[in-house]
Design a protein around this ligand. Structure first.
Ligand SMILES: NC(=O)c1ccc[n+]([C@@H]2O[C@H](COP(=O)([O-])OP(=O)(O)OC[C@H]3O[C@@H](n4cnc5c(N)ncnc54)[C@H](OP(=O)(O)O)[C@@H]3O)[C@@H](O)[C@H]2O)c1
Length: 368
């Protein structure tokens, strides 16, 4: 039976955090109309420099929460203090980490060992050192607290839950392959489209930045590390003890000469000098009747993980991807030659928050 009351603390109120808080408000109202659902009490919300919390653990009101947080004069709690605050709630507590902070992620074992469950889209804890991964799951196993992180790979797409179900039900996952970055998806779908010839590489990167598809410095997307982090999570869930996201080959699309230029703007200004490298790759694929895409793959049997450019037949689902969608194919013994494929938006505040809220519901249902 689900507990009668659950206390929730939310760290991070940016793009995803704000959408999550709005979804939490709807969920709380829906639960309040159902006698068998627990009462959800939001008792802490924080940003990097502000904290709003309820000293007596009565629920904060959702109205104008962002403004109240921005104007809060309460002491800004450190992550450790926020965890202590949640550990002292009168009933079970859940910490929702909507940051991309390594400092917050490093505190998960401590929170879990104090019985606080964790729900998060933050990749850092699950794709950092293998020791942190082990510490997180052993702390959860000993205390009974739960940890769910669906949105740490592919936003709200049901990628981790699907992989977990495949593994837990005894299927043999042989290979995982896909486009794991909305930015890379958008770039390659425009640079090497199925219809038409696409623009110059540097022009497509500049356009993607102008449309808000890249990080402020596009090198943070082009270095492949974000994809490598997602692959690390999937590989570990498939049973491979990957040490870190730098423990396997990752093909960075940043020309060596531009790795150390001082700003994203200078990088974009100089990138046209290197267009011929990407053009050659595109033309080589075209000569074989294929298109080039930036993919991550895990060969589970060979224990090989890699991230980089691959050529695909024009009829392949990866070649036919549209816009900034992600696509992930699971090749398994049960599914045979036709993989189980998950496709759709892999970024965006609302869909990412959907994955977080869905995880929160799972934790609530499993806490007893
Ligand atoms: N956006 C997406 O489409 C998407 C998709 C999949 C996964 N994710 C993941 O979702 C998470 C949130 O992404 P986002 O786009 O919402 O980022 P964001 O807009 O940059 O918001 C991050 C929030 O975390 C707060 N924060 C950072 N460090 C903190 C700390 N040490 N203590 C307390 N608060 C801290 C920031 O505070 P300030 O407001 O004071 O700066 C901000 O409110 C990230 O892990 C990201 O990788 C995002």
């Amino acid at each position: 039976m689900a507990p009668k009351e659950i206390y929730i603390g939310v760290i991070g109120a940016g793009g995803v955090g704000k959408c999550f808080l709005s979804q939490l408000e709807s969920l709380s109202k829906r639960y309040a109309t159902n006698a068998s659902s627990p009462k959800l009490s939001l008792v802490l919300v924080s940003r990097s420099t502000k904290t709003l919390y309820s000293e007596k653990y009565t629920s904060l009101r959702f109205e104008n929460l962002s403004t109240k947080l921005a104007e809060s004069t309460q002491k800004t709690l450190s992550v450790t203090e926020a965890i202590e605050f949640l550990a002292a709630t009168p009933a079970k507590a859940i910490l929702v980490d909507n940051t991309s902070s390594q400092d917050v992620a490093d505190q998960y074992p401590s929170a879990l060992s104090k019985g606080i469950s964790i729900v998060t889209p933050n990749k850092k804890a699950f794709s950092g050192s293998y020791k942190l991964w082990q510490d997180i799951f052993s702390a959860a196993a000993s205390s009974g607290a739960k940890v769910y992180h669906e949105s740490s790979c592919g936003a709200g797409l049901p990628i981790l839950s699907t992989l977990k179900d495949l593994v837990d039900t005894g299927d043999e996952v042989t290979k995982i392959e896909g486009v794991f970055s909305g930015t890379m998806s958008f770039l390659f779908n425009s640079f090497a489209p199925l219809e038409g010839s696409g623009g110059k590489w540097s022009a497509e990167v500049t356009k993607a930045k102008e449309l808000g598809y890249t990080e402020p410095d596009p090198r943070d997307d082009l270095n492949g590390l974000d994809v490598a982090r997602k692959l690390t999570i999937l590989a570990r869930m498939s049973g491979l003890p990957i040490e870190s996201p730098t423990a396997f080959p990752v093909h960075s699309l940043i020309p060596k000469e531009l790795e150390s230029v001082s700003s994203g703007d200078e990088f974009l200004q100089k990138l046209p000098q290197f267009d011929s490298q990407m053009e050659e790759t595109k033309v080589a694929a075209e000569k074989e009747g294929k298109v080039v895409r930036f993919v991550g793959s895990i060969d589970v049997a060979k224990k090989e993980v890699k991230v980089g450019l691959e050529k695909f037949d024009r009829s392949h689902p990866i070649a036919a991807l549209k816009g900034s969608d992600n696509i992930i194919s699971f090749y398994t013994k049960r599914y045979g030659a036709n993989p189980l494929i998950i496709q759709g938006a892999g970024a965006g505040g609302e869909v990412t928050a959907m994955g977080v809220t869905a995880d929160l519901i799972k934790v609530i249902e499993r806490l007893s």
